[in-house]
Design a protein around this ligand. Sequence first.
Ligand SMILES: [Zn+2]
Length: 340
Amino acid sequence: MRKIRIDADVESIAAEFQLELNKHKTEILQAIGELKDKFDGSHSLTRGTAAMNAVDVKKCYDYIDKLKKDYDNGSLTLMKPNDFDKTHQVYNGYLKDKELKWSVSIDGDKATPLHKRLTEAMGYQKIVRDEIYPPLMRKMGIKACVYCNANYTVSAEKGSGRGYFELDHWKPESKYPFLCTSFYNLQPCCPHCNKRKSASNKYEFLKLYEEDQNEPLDVFEFRIPRGSIVRYFNKLDTSHIKVTFKATDASLVKLRDDAEEKFGIEGIYNEHIDVIEEMLWRSKFYDNVIVRSMTWLYGKRNSIVDVARFKLGTYAGEDEIHKRPLTKMMQDIGKQIGII
Ligand SMILES: [Zn+2]
C-alpha cells in the first residue's frame, strides 16, 4: 500500500540479513553445486517420457553455473530493484522463463520444475523464510500485508500449527529464481494476496522498496464521499459511506487497477465501514478542548500518550502503516474528516 524508501536504516537491516545468510553460504553453494553436477552429462534426465537432449542439458548446466558464481560473489543478496530486470535479461540468455518451468526427473526421482529445484537449493523456505527473515521483519515493524494493508502477514503452518510470516517474491520465483533469497525482492503479505497474486506478466504489483529519492512513497489513497459524513450524522445511517480506492497520480492508475482486479481492494474495505463509523464518533468526541487538555496532560508534559495515535485509533505516522492492518485507510480517511 505504501513504499519504503531504501535509507540507512533499511540498508542496515538488509546488511544484517546478508550477514545471517552468509552463515549458510557454504551449505547453499554446495547444494547449488550438487544441482549443477546433475546436468554434467553423466546423469539420466527426462522431461515427461523423453530423455533431455544434450543442448538443453547444457543450457541448464550453464544457467546454474552462472547462478552459483553470482551467489558466490555476493551480487544477488542485496541487489536493488532497479537492477532486477536487466539481470533477468542476462539469465534469460541461458534459460527462458518457460524453460525454467521444465519439469525434470533426475536419475528417476520425482519430476520437479527447474525453478523449484533452484529455490530449494538456495534455501529459500527453510533458511530464509522460516529462519532468517521473521526476526528482521519484527525489527522493521512490518505486520500488515504490503499489498492490501487489510490483513496480518502471519499464517499458521499446515500440520504443525506453528505461526509463520507469509512472504511474497515481488518478481516471481518461477521466472526470477536467482532473486528468491534477495532481500529487496521479498515482500511480506497476507495469505489472501499471496494466493491471488500470480506470476502473470499482465499485472504490475507494488514494489515495496524504493531506491529513487524522487519517487513518491504513497501511491494509493482511500476516500469516502463528502456528503456521506453529513448524512451519517443526520440519520446515523452508514449506507452512504462507500470506500473508494484511488491512485495518487495519473501515472499510477495501472498499478491501482491491477491491485483492484487481483486483490479486490474496494470489496475488502467496504466490509470495514464499522471502523469508519467509530472514526466519525471519535471526530466528535475528541473535540479541540479535550484534545488540547489531553495533549497538555499526557502528550507534551510527560509523553505517556501518543495523542494522534490515540485519537485515530491506530498509528498516525505515514511511515507506520505497515505496523497494523487498516492503518492506511484510517490515516487517509482520518485526514479527510479532520481527526489528524
Ligand atoms: Zn493482503
